[in-house]
Each structure stands twice: as C-alpha cells, then as structure tokens.
Design a binder for this molecule. Structure first.
Ligand SMILES: NC(=O)c1ccc[n+]([C@@H]2O[C@H](COP(=O)([O-])OP(=O)(O)OC[C@H]3O[C@@H](n4cnc5c(N)ncnc54)[C@H](OP(=O)(O)O)[C@@H]3O)[C@@H](O)[C@H]2O)c1
Length: 169
C-alpha cells in the first residue's frame, strides 16, 4: 500500500529525526516534498549525501542559510520537531508565526508536555507526540495527543513513520 503525505518539514534530523526521515523515504511513502533542517552544515551535507537520488528531499543548515526554518515551514502541513527537549520551547516560540495555519506539529521530544507546546503555538490545530517504546523485545511507535488528528491523518502518519510495527491492541 502506498501512503500519500503532504509536504513535511523536519526541524532537527539527528538520531530520531533521521530515523523517521529514513522511514519516509521508503518506496511505500509518497510525500509532496520533505525539507529537513539542522544547525550545522556538516549535518545537512551528510543528509544531502545520504538522500541523494530521493526526489523532493531538501536538506538545509541554519549555519549556512539563516532562512532555513522559514523555507522548511513554507507549505509544510506536517512539522516534525526533532531537536533536544530543552530546545523545543524556544523552537516553537520561534516558528509560531511561520507555521501554516493547518500544520500538524509532531514533537519527538521526550518529556515536553502537549500542554507546554499548546501554550506556545495556540494557532496549531493538532499537537501530537510520537513515542517509541519497546515491548516484548520489539520496537513500536505510536502517536499520542489530547486533540488528535483525524483518523485518516493518524493512520497515514503511523504507516509512514519508519514503517514500524503497530503496538499491540
Ligand atoms: N520519543 C522517543 O521515544 C524518543 C527517543 C529518543 C529520542 N527522542 C527525542 O528525539 C529528540 C531528538 O533526539 P536525538 O537523540 O535525535 O537528538 P540529536 O541526535 O542530537 O538530534 C537533534 C538534531 O537537532 C538539530 N538541531 C538543533 N537545533 C536545531 C534547530 N534550531 N533547528 C533545526 N535543527 C536543530 C541538531 O543539528 P546539529 O547536529 O547540526 O546541531 C541535531 O541534528 C529529543 O527531543 C528526544 O527527546 C525521543
């Protein structure tokens, strides 16, 4: 089954963001474009190299392009926050005015509550947290949120993100 996703921004593609990017590059996923940002040019260049050949993937660095965040957010309807938890509040405050009105913001940060994030980006309709956990020796991923996205958005996103197995029901 092919999953179609809208344009995606990944702000911070280190270990977690990078793993999700790999999942989004699978042949079963069609995204309308993926723009990834990191702080350093070295990190961005590495991703440019590893994603070469994947059409529609752009890797930018704040170090060499101060407008990288704005570029990534322009048109993005799914925004993944892959920075360290302590950086999430400042990042959210900084991107508040740049988010598309219907952007779905997904935080990967462990320990930053949805309430904290909602207080910073009131105009964002959906705020979800992507959690990864181990159960019976296998890794699972799930989205949690108190104002969840539509069922279609959730299942599309869950199917897309890294193609991980579903948690047991
Ligand atoms: N949900 C889970 O189960 C789970 C598990 C593990 C981790 N996490 C979460 O995932 C998040 C990332 O952790 P990680 O281990 O992947 O960290 P990481 O490898 O250090 O990646 C963070 C990335 O963010 C980039 N960055 C920093 N500030 C930025 C900014 N303002 N704009 C764009 N990019 C920026 C860094 O770029 P540079 O390297 O160029 O500085 C780096 O590549 C954390 O919040 C952590 O809590 C969640």
């Amino acid at each position: 089954m092919t999953v179609s996703l809208p344009q995606i921004a990944i702000l911070g593609a280190g270990s977690m963001g990078g793993a999700i990017l790999s999942g989004l590059l699978s042949p079963e996923v069609r995204a309308d474009g993926i723009v990834v940002t990191n702080r350093t040019e070295a990190k961005a260049a590495g991703l440019r190299e590893s994603t070469a050949g994947h059409e529609g993937v752009v890797s930018l660095a704040l170090e060499s392009d101060p407008d990288a965040t704005a570029t990534a957010l322009r048109g993005a309807r799914i925004v993944l926050l892959g920075v360290k938890p302590a950086m999430v509040p400042d990042l959210l405050a900084g991107i508040r005015s740049l988010l598309e009105p219907d952007a779905l913001v997904v935080s990967l940060a462990a320990g930053v509550t949805i309430a904290t994030m909602e207080a910073l980006v009131p105009q964002v309709v959906e705020l979800l947290t992507w959690i990864v956990f181990e159960y019976a020796g296998q890794m699972f991923g799930a989205l949690i949120g108190d104002e969840p996205a539509t069922a279609d958005e959730r299942s599309a996103f869950e199917a897309a993100v890294a193609g991980q197995p579903r948690p047991p029901s």
